[in-house]
Design a binder for this molecule. Structure first.
Ligand code: C2E
Ligand code: CA
Ligand code: CA
Length: 919
């Protein structure tokens, strides 16, 4: 205390740092080493500049402050004495937490430290960490504070710098994943407060790994920098572009008009990133895929939104890359589905659900079977047959492929050893299995334990293996050749199709993939010429060729003409089980006479093209996924009821009348009234060209009209009828054989269960409305369910033709039961939809109990929020009804069927009662 008392005795005159008293004390300390006087030590500390001291009186006024600091922060240092400390030093907005302001702390009369302050006057750039202890007189009276402070400006700056380093990607200078978490959570708070939307775009570069592998990592780095630059040029704000690591980027989009605008932005990004790059003198081309999720509807939390954008990205890649996909709940269901399949797959082997089937490959000149390909078959206890195209990729992702592949290999060798004759067996080897390195040992062991001679085993390998380390690959090839097995290059024509591999790798056979072969028979295709070249090359190298997927006579004829040596396809035989094979082989030679349809049915073209759909007085832009002469698979009509009539406008007056005949997930099958005319070069036109003025006269929206999202009501087929009259078309059209048209497009619509051995049930289902009987079963099954909400959902979906998700979000305020109108609000302003409610729908709604304080139609009684947890109950209900393939979204395509009794009051009341029990 002495020191402070000392100073206090000369108020207003801070002592000089180099006072004679100070240096005398220092001198004596050196000479005789007595116990140093505290005040001189503190003074020495003061002048060292490492820290300084301060003192206040009971009222918080400054009674002492180290002189050089006083001089630093005030023009007239002596005037600081007597000023309230809290006015001289203030908080730093960037650092201090509001609760710890100095002013507040000083009133608490408690000890504090590490409070970051700066001068409120001069030199506000310096930051100090302030500590203080309250002082009390002997009678306990508070007399003020004394304390110290240190300059932490530099320390804070360097920690800020470190924080910045941690938040930004060193290569591209873009903010990184850590920063994303910050920015996105702030963004999502703003979304909630200001009731607006914000989108997250997840970007992934396609083929980036190849650039890295072929040109080296420095080139890869350079490429990433250029990618960042290009993104910046489009987005214009570096703080909205994030590099998440590797070749993953993310963009936060704040201002956008609607989904179309986002789609356009996504496509623009893809186009820009797909332009060629010049990297260290090399030219390279990569692609990009984009997944989009929108807050708040696709997620209000960072994690959820990012996961959903990821799922959308995954979908974009699955669609063949180079496109932008939006998140939808279907994707979530698919992901969940996949997760469940993955779990089931882990057990499938041990439960004996997996089998190996064998498909013959046949010599095209003699029709004799020279060998068979082993193909895995999975009989799922609940889902029935699951195609390997679905479960092999899952096995690969889940690290199950090595186990599964080894099992298939051993089984195939064991089976083949039991066959009469010398049939070869070909086994598929996935790239991960091949690169894993243990393949030669497994092959040796499988051959030894089965007793099969090596030249009867053929391994089918895809180009995928050439993407990794070539020295290791060469080694594995050499070992396999030493063992004496044969090697074939599988799926030729689907990947890079580089004939270069044939030069270096010791293949015995090339298998031309079915997609490549099929395309060859289409007019205008150059595949036939390429096959001829492959055959010539194969003959020169002494290799066999096998064409896969031959189904029709014209294909077989072409393949024979091209001198492909072997054929594998349904025209000879599908894959059959081991027993059937043994029967067929009989004692020795196995010959099969080809038999199949004479021609391939019309080919569908996969495309991603925006076109317009016109129904009634409304225009909508929809995406074409697949197109054939007689129909199309589209996205964007999922709210049109079954059998709705519409016009598809391909542009330039190319219009066709069409009907919605099927819907599955996000895709709808439409069947054309008149077939399109294809020119064989990928171009097509409609049978009649309709000039714009004719459209206008008929009251059809013009091509420049904004898309609208109104549902057709009873009257809006008038415009179509008018146009028909003008074009001299019959008023009551019959669309040709819808089954055939849709079968041509069907692959996109069916998921699980379409292998050669499966029945057609799942395929057929969505080509027709459910029968009254089936509907009744479904409704009953739903009523049986312990989930009361499901009953209402099923009833309402059927009665309103609504979308499930609309129903879940529906508020009572959206319904006008009097006028029988349901207005479905849209996040896209001005695009709300109106649904005309049938009398039956109104009946159900009138009976539906409601809480006064809950705005939602279907709500969780506890939270009063939309209630979504009925997926499992729905699953149970449809199994119970014997309609496992019916999706809840399909229900609105069901026609009500004459026989279905309208909901009697009794029935609805019964449901209402049980629903009321939820409260
Ligand atoms: P892949 O190696 O291209 O096998 C040929 C596929 O074409 C088989 O499909 C076969 O049933 C089918 N196919 C043959 N002829 C015709 C035809 O005339 N028309 C049509 N539409 N299809 C025909 P599958 O059995 O569904 O197998 C699909 C893919 O699953 C195989 O394609 C293969 O890549 C993979 N796979 C099957 N078994 C295994 C296995 O044991 N290991 C690995 N790694 N992959 C397997
Ligand atoms: Ca194969
Ligand atoms: Ca293939």
């Amino acid at each position: 205390m002495g020191f402070w008392q000392d100073r206090k005795s000369t108020p207003g005159q801070p002592s000089e740092p180099h006072s004679s008293a100070g240096s005398a004390a220092r001198q004596s300390a050196v000479e005789v080493m007595p116990l140093p006087d505290a005040s001189s030590l503190l003074h020495a500390y003061e002048i060292s500049g490492q820290g300084w001291f301060w003192q206040t009186d009971a009222a918080g006024r400054i009674s002492y402050i180290t002189p050089h600091v006083a001089a630093q922060i005030a023009v007239e240092p002596q005037r600081l004495i007597g000023m309230p400390l809290k006015e001289v030093l203030g908080p730093d907005e960037n650092v201090s937490e509001p609760a710890r302001t100095l002013a507040f702390l000083l009133t608490k009369q408690a000890k504090f430290d590490n409070v970051v302050v700066k001068s409120t006057g001069r030199d506000s750039g310096t930051l100090w960490a302030l500590a203080g202890s309250p002082q009390f007189a002997s009678d306990g009276q508070f007399t003020g504070y004394c304390g110290s402070a240190v300059d932490i400006t530099e320390q804070l700056q360097s920690s800020k710098h470190a924080a910045r380093l941690a938040m930004y990607d060193a290569l591209t200078g873009l903010p990184n994943r850590l920063r994303l978490a910050d920015v996105l959570s702030t963004e999502l708070k703003a979304v909630a407060v200001h009731k607006r939307q914000s989108a997250v775009m997840m970007l992934d570069l396609d083929r980036f790994k190849q650039v890295n592998d072929t040109l080296g990592h420095p080139a890869g780095d350079e490429l990433l920098k250029q990618v960042a630059d290009r993104l910046y040029r489009i987005i214009g704000d570096k703080e909205r572009i994030f590099r998440l690591g590797g070749d993953e980027f993310q963009v936060i989009v704040r201002e956008f008009a609607d989904r179309d605008a986002l789609q356009e932005l996504g496509e623009r990004i893809i186009a820009m990133l797909s332009q060629p790059y010049a990297v260290f003198g090399s030219r390279c081309i990569i692609g990009a895929s984009v997944g989009i999720a929108i807050a708040p509807e696709d997620g209000r939390e960072c994690d959820q939104l990012i996961r959903n954008a990821d799922l959308a990205l995954y979908d974009a890649k699955g669609r063949g890359r180079g496109c932008a996909s939006f998140f939808s709940t279907d994707l979530l269901n698919e992901a969940e589905d996949k997760r469940i399949l993955e779990e089931d797959l882990r057990e499938a082997l041990s439960r004996g659900e997996i089998e190996v089937y064998y498909q013959p490959f046949v010599n095209t000149t003699t029709n004799t079977v020279t060998g068979v390909e082993a193909l895995l078959r999975w009989h799922h206890p609940e889902r029935g047959f699951i195609t390997p195209d679905l479960f092999i990729p899952i096995a690969e992702e889940a690290n199950l492929i090595a186990q599964l592949g080894e099992w298939a290999l051993r089984r195939a060798c064991d089976d083949a050893a039991s066959w009469p004759g010398k049939l070869r067996v070909a086994v598929n080897v996935s790239p991960t299995q091949f690169i894993g390195g243990s393949l030669p040992a497994i092959v040796t062991s499988a051959l030894a334990s089965s007793g099969l001679s090596p030249e009867r085993l053929e391994l089918e390998i895809t180009e995928g293996i050439f993407l990794s380390d070539s020295a290791a690959t060469d080694g594995i090839f050499a070992t396999l050749k030493q063992i004496g097995v044969r090697l074939s290059l599988d799926d030729f024509g689907t990947g890079y199709s580089s004939l270069g591999y044939l030069r270096t790798a010791p293949f015995d056979k090339i298998k031309i993939d079915k997609t490549f072969v099929r395309a060859a028979t289409l007019p205008g295709s150059r595949n036939a010429a390429i096959i001829a070249a492959i055959v010539a090359l194969a003959e020169a190298l002494g290799l066999e060729t096998t064409a896969e997927g031959i189904e029709t006579e014209d294909q077989l004829e072409l393949i024979r003409k091209l001198r492909v040596s072997h054929v594998q396809g349904y025209i000879y035989s599908p894959a059959i089980d081991c027993e059937a094979l043994k029967e067929n082989v009989g004692a020795g030679e196995w010959c099969i006479a080809p038999s199949g349809p004479s021609r391939q049915r019309s080919e569908r073209i996969s495309m991603f093209r925006k076109i317009r759909a016109i129904f009634g007085n409304h225009v909508r832009s929809v995406l074409i996924r697949n197109l054939s002469e007689t129909g199309a698979l589209v996205e964007g009509l999922d709210d049109l009821p079954y059998d709705s009539q519409l016009i598809i406008d391909f542009g330039d007056g190319n219009l066709v009348f069409a009907r919605v005949k099927r819907s599955r997930n996000r895709q709808q099958g439409v069947v054309f009234e008149e077939a399109l005319i294809f020119d064989g070069e990928g171009g097509f036109r409609s049978a009649r060209q309709v000039p714009a003025y004719v459209l206008q006269k008929a009251g059809i929206p013009s091509p420049t009209d904004q898309p609208s999202y109104l549902l057709p009501d009873e009257n809006n087929n008038d415009a179509l009828a008018g146009l028909r009259a003008k074009l001299g078309m019959p008023q009551h059209p019959t669309t040709g054989p819808a089954e055939l048209a849709l079968a041509n497009l069907s692959e996109g619509l069916v998921g699980v269960g379409t292998g050669p051995t499966s029945t057609h049930s799942s395929r057929d289902l969505h080509e027709r409305p459910l029968s009254g009987e089936e509907l009744r079963r479904l409704i009953e099954a739903a009523e049986d369910s312990s989930n009361q909400q499901l009953r209402f959902i099923v009833q309402l979906l059927i009665r309103t033709h609504a979308r499930q998700r609309d129903l879940l979000e529906a508020r009572w305020a959206d319904f006008d039961l009097h006028r029988k109108v349901w207005t479905i609000p849209s996040l896209e302003a001005g695009y709300e939809r109106r649904v005309t409610l049938s009398n039956e729908a109104v009946d159900v709604l009138r009976e539906l109990p409601r809480w006064d304080d809950c705005p939602y139609l279907l709500a969780n009684p506890a939270t009063k929020m939309p209630y979504r947890s009925f997926a499992a109950s729905w699953h149970t209900a449809r199994i119970k009804a014997g309609l496992p393939d019916v999706e809840i979204d399909d229900l609105r395509f069901c026609s009500l069927g004459e026989e279905l009794e309208p909901p009697t009051s009794d029935r609805t009341r019964r449901i209402a009662r049980s629903f009321a029990g939820l409260r």
